[in-house]
Design a binder for this molecule. Structure first.
Ligand code: SF4
Length: 77
């Protein structure tokens, strides 16, 4: 599989995308895993908000780097 066949939404970012959209399979050098991280992707990054604390997660999230997500991980169901 070559890089040219990958969707833009799956490609790595050269830097964080503060207050911008991020797709689940993207990543950047500032990736910081949340506790249940299984991959090094935005989906598992503490700075991303995919509404994981809501009934329905977002297909496209928002990167809040460098503002850390405080509420995520703090709620128990
Ligand atoms: S959510 Fe995390 S890995 Fe994704 S762009 Fe932002 S800082 Fe980088």
């Amino acid at each position: 599989m070559s890089e040219t066949t990958r969707r833009k939404e799956d490609q790595a970012l050269p830097a964080p995308n503060p207050d911008g959209n991020v797709w689940p399979r993207q990543s950047c050098p500032a990736f910081t895993p949340r506790s249940s991280a299984a991959e090094k992707t935005c989906w598992y990054c503490v700075y991303a908000d995919f509404h994981l604390d809501k009934p329905r997660a977002l297909d496209v999230g928002v990167c809040y780097y460098p503002k850390k997500q405080l509420k995520q991980g703090g709620t128990k169901e």
